[in-house]
Design a protein around this ligand. Structure first.
Ligand SMILES: Nc1ncnc2c1ncn2[C@@H]1O[C@H](COP(=O)(O)OP(=O)(O)OP(=O)(O)O)[C@@H](O)[C@H]1O
Ligand SMILES: [Mg+2]
Length: 256
């Protein structure tokens, strides 16, 4: 099966239950937005899907391509086509953007074929230039150390450059819109839209409706207290913008 299927996912962080039974299915070709108040577990879901060791799964499964990916290491998940654009990307001083990307691409190629000699440099350069042009980033960006001294907006663009270069099948974008100025938000969104297609499923975690004007979601979900408490179409994000989360709190108190 080509969809990512999250079933009854419970996750503890430092012994405290953060995710309390998340169910969500993302088919390729679909864009899902995940919204919800601060601290409700959105990033926890993203990290858990990518296999961060601090997030302890106590119950549930995540199915992708016939496997429960929770049994796989983070690099194996990446190889299967999962990708996370971080809310807070880390700096790697001493490693340039270009070298980092080439190493990531080659690592993936080598898992597919241990004999692989790596992506030919001219092909890599051509592809990287194309992606940097798409995201309107100066070519000198490639030789800077990854995220080292990058502005907030540059870090977010670097995440999307990685996404465009690694061509994932399921991409999770954790607050890629935060910290972007209005023009950068449009450019980054156009970059994501250029990657959109039947072979890519996306989960966009965001607090604001604005990015969803550019990247039109098929579904919008709201997470509160470690569960998805409401799902709907793009209108749900507009409703939130206007009414906040209070109406949901009342609804949850009646249900749980
Ligand atoms: N590594 C960690 N150590 C301690 N607590 C953590 C850790 N990761 C998450 N938490 C806690 O889990 C809860 C959920 O955090 P999470 O980052 O998933 O929220 P979020 O929905 O992404 O919030 P935001 O909208 O502010 O990004 C918070 O109370 C947070 O403090
Ligand atoms: Mg978060």
């Amino acid at each position: 099966m080509s969809e990512l299927r999250i079933v009854n996912l419970h996750v503890n962080v430092n012994g405290r239950e953060i995710l309390k039974g998340v169910n969500l299915t993302i088919h390729k070709g679909e864009i899902h937005a995940l919204m919800g108040p601060n601290g409700t577990g959105k990033s926890t879901l993203a990290y858990t899907l990518m296999g961060h060791p601090s997030y302890e799964v106590t119950e549930g499964e995540v199915w992708y391509k016939g496997q429960n990916i929770l049994e796989l290491e983070a690099d194996q998940r990446a190889h299967l086509g999962l990708f996370l654009a971080f809310q807070y990307p880390v700096a790697i001083p001493g490693v340039s953007v270009a070298n980092f990307l080439r190493a990531a691409i080659n690592a993936r190629r080598r898992i597919a074929n241990p004999e692989d000699k790596g992506i030919p440099i001219p092909e890599f350069r051509k592809e990287l230039k194309k992606v940097m042009d798409l995201l309107k980033v100066d070519h000198s960006f490639a030789s800077r150390y990854l995220n080292d001294g990058f502005s907030g907006g540059e870090k977010k663009r670097a995440e999307i450059i990685q996404m465009a270069m690694l061509k994932p099948e399921i991409a999770i974008m954790d607050e890629t819109d935060s910290g972007l100025d209005i023009d950068a938000l449009r450019i980054v969104s156009e970059g994501v839209n250029a990657l959109r297609g039947p072979n890519l499923g996306v989960l966009i975690i965001t607090h604001y409706q604005r990015i969803l004007n550019y990247i039109k979601p098929d579904y919008v979900h709201i997470m509160m207290d470690g569960r998805i408490v409401e799902s709907g179409g793009p209108d749900l994000a507009l409703h939130l913008e206007e009414h906040g989360y209070d109406w949901l709190k009342n609804k949850i108190e009646m249900t749980f």
